[in-house]
Design a protein around this ligand. Sequence first.
Ligand code: NAP
Length: 414
Amino acid sequence: MTKGAGNFMRECLLLALRGAGRVSPNPMVGALLVKGRKVVSWGWHHEFGGTHAEVDCLRRAHGGARGATLYVNLEPCSHHGKTPPCTEALIEAGIRHVVIAMRDPNPLVSGCGVKRLRGAGIEVVEGILKDEARFLNRFFCTHILSARPYVHVKVAESLDGRITGGNSRWITSLPSRRLVHRWRAMHDAVLVGAGTVLADRPSLTVRLVRGRDPHVVVLDGELRLGAEECRFAGRSRRRIILCTSSEAVRRHGARARALARAGVELLAFPSRRGVLDLDLVLAELYNTGIGSILVEGGAGVNARLSEAGLIDEFSSFIAPAIHGRGLGAFESVESRSPAPGGSRNREIASGLHRKPAFLSREGRNPVSFRSPASASGKNKAVAMRTITVYNSGGDVLIRAFREKYRFTDLQLGS
Ligand SMILES: NC(=O)c1ccc[n+]([C@@H]2O[C@H](COP(=O)([O-])OP(=O)(O)OC[C@H]3O[C@@H](n4cnc5c(N)ncnc54)[C@H](OP(=O)(O)O)[C@@H]3O)[C@@H](O)[C@H]2O)c1
């Protein structure tokens, strides 16, 4: 096989992807062993707690790794975790060169693997397809640096920017729904608001592709939902987590007990008039093992996450339809209450206030982004802040990374 370093690394990224939805909260890692220009072995991290990609690759080489070059998308570990250090296995196997895409983002161990390999006389090359590798492991990078799950908000909108108000149950088509089902299988959990549960009773399962059903997180500050509404279809081992306020639990004790009896995990938080601090909610979800969240609405939840600057990735599917009425993707619950005579509310009621989110030239960007550095005072974020606009068939129309473009450019529709 005659390929350059970039091509070998691309193969590693594809191998790594095989672990999507299985290795969380660990990173996805793929490895390739090359002798001359020939691939002699390959491996990947199959499941959480399982063998690391480098060791999987060495095993498949059956002792033929001496003098070879190892390509791997993440710096090999040099510490004892759930498995022994990969650096020692590589040194023992007689690997001559190691090519890595990115260092481990964890500041406690970053660079240690490279140092250990170089110390043992192995030549190490870094940074091949670094951006792609960081994007692949954006869930991992975010929670390592910010101690909260990665948050990906997905909406389906009409051309006039409405997520509701159409005539059919689904705004988009089968190919885009299939893509969303693949995302469900890749994220640890799907999050929805109480409003969406009451309006749609969504199942939030993975049906159109193969994959495991994500856990379900519901935001319901007032504890409006009962055990019946929180019965989500799906296969076993699916957690249903309801986040509410401590006051609501006190007020609706019988409902809370019925939910607990039905197997719903109730997380109660202090609140300001039923509104939870989403930083606290995400931190607690992370503590219970959730490293990535796909947010599937609705507008109220999106608005709160946006206000809190907690959206890492935003995906919008734009359907070729004009609804003329309905909710905007980031329309807060408060902004909807009709106030007689209030022009703003009359506009909202008539839908005149809203231009399609990505074409609006005025006001603030509807999606606000805050780096985890300012949120937690920790390290600079490695995760990419990403916006993608799809057509209803699931084809990408625009994709922008914060590192490369200013989001304001997008507001001009460029
Ligand atoms: N096209 C799409 O992509 C799409 C996707 C999903 C949903 N939808 C549509 O969107 C509509 C629902 O949207 P919606 O805005 O009315 O409801 P929603 O966003 O699903 O839920 C709003 C509720 O979530 C809870 N919540 C949100 N943030 C909270 C926080 N920080 N603390 C505590 N509770 C919080 C509150 O519940 P409490 O009132 O109990 O406090 C709030 O009333 C439905 O018609 C649905 O069909 C469209």
